[in-house]
Design a protein around this ligand. Sequence first.
Ligand code: ARG
Length: 572
Amino acid sequence: MVTLATKAEFGDYQVNAAMGLSKYVGMNPRECAAKIAEAILPKIGDCMGEPEIAGPGFINLRFTNDYLTSAAQAMAEDAAGRLAQPTVSNPQKIVVDYSSPNIAKEMHVGHLRSTIIGDTLSNMLEFVGHDVVRLNHVGDWGTQFGMLVEHLRDEYPAALTLETSQDVELGDLVLLYKAAKKRFDWDEDFKKRAREGVVKLQAGNEEELAAWKALCAASRVEYQKIYDTLNIKNLTERGESFYNPYLNEVVEDLEGQGLAVQSEGATAVFLDGYANKDGSPMPMLIRKSDGGFNYATTDLAAIRQRVLMAGEDGGEKADRVLYVTDSGQAQHFNMVFSAAELAGYVPESSTLEHVPFGLVQGEDGKKFATRSGDTVRLKDLLDESVRIASEDLRSRPENQSIDDDKIDKVARIVGVGAVKYADLSMNRESNYKFSYERMLSLNGNTAPYMLYAYARICGIIRKASEQDSTDKINWPEASTIVITDNAELELIRNLVRLPDVLKEVERELYTNRMCEYLFETTQKFSKFYESCSVNNAETPEIKASRLTICTATASTIRLLLTLLGIEVVERL
Ligand code: ARG
């Protein structure tokens, strides 16, 4: 019942419980508020002043200046570490399912969003102390592999031998997919072979397995390039094929429990509250009429693996599972989660959460595509952002004598960071228009702005602590913070709120909160720097204090950017 204060003049937090509670305890709201205030004072007295009762019964809580300054000082003392941030008292095992491209198909902007958002959420959850397992639920199984395998049999026979298959150069997989699809649609004989191919693959037949491995290996090379550019690490590939051995069991179990029934030759689960447009009940298919399994079947098996199975069976026994995909899959996940719960696959203590996101659109608000209407290749998209960043860096007079390597490095950080930040700073559920111009702008809530803000503060610290020639800063020793100006206080008040922001993101999984907090921090810093000189401070004590404030601020920006998957540089 404690919330952040809605206005600075109300203090740091407020408690609005008294108004609702008063009638149950037979007091007037202000009286009730006074009682609450009296009861909490001994618990908060170390860091907060006496609670104020305002208006009809609001309770305002305000940190004391002593607390604020010592908390900011503690952050600066731990500048090279985790900024004195607490870890959770209840560490959970959290599976984050993200990225998840499909083999032999193009990785599209939806996968880019999933990768960026999933990576940040994982970083953040890990930072606050959870045990995070990052899973890449690659689409590497399904009926389309029948036609691909048969196509390889004709065009790349070496791919059908286990020893050689993974070294076969398959060229452009998207073209390969198109060619196979075309044959599948036109050639009855090929179609028949493709159908048989899937069955053989699922049965573990050697040739089909070899061809499938060749396809996976070639795809992996493609998406690994994107992960390298984005600096995505620790993502474990556990594709749909992993769950293949369990699919039959899941279907039989659901049938046995009376949850799955035969429907027009297929096996389906009917759940309350899901209807087709015409009002007829909407099935969730778990086995097709030809015996093949569905996307949902794999997800049901994956849930058992992730929350139910104990460690020794190879399962995760996770407390929380997050699925980062586009909002178009909301219904799929709702249905899968409901069915899993009905089937008893989800223990009371575990939660399954879909973390949906909206579409990326072109600047015109239409489908995101190249000028000629083709889908945009992610590699090209990232390269273009880096190219623009590097052009801008090279055009600056102050950079003329800097060597190319250095410019390239910074351009990569700025260019890739801009794409990430643009995504993460949006409310993930809304659609957003992709614009290089906006994401690379030096003004506003963008990666370049944050990176420059960071480098600028590093510059101030460097100058004031006589480290002019160093590239890597030695964070100056933290000193006692003395408040001489309201701008100092406002900045510190903001810095000290970092744990609240992380808590909120941990709970609600909106990365834009982190970006908003970053933006507020940089703005409060500008105000501070406008009114308080660091280098020419009135006394050595005040200079040391301000330097400590700078250190805490720079470290906060660095920590947040790092969690957002953006590298920082101390000199730009
Ligand atoms: N491969 C899917 C796609 O491209 C995403 C998979 C998401 N994860 C899951 N467990 N269903 O849309």
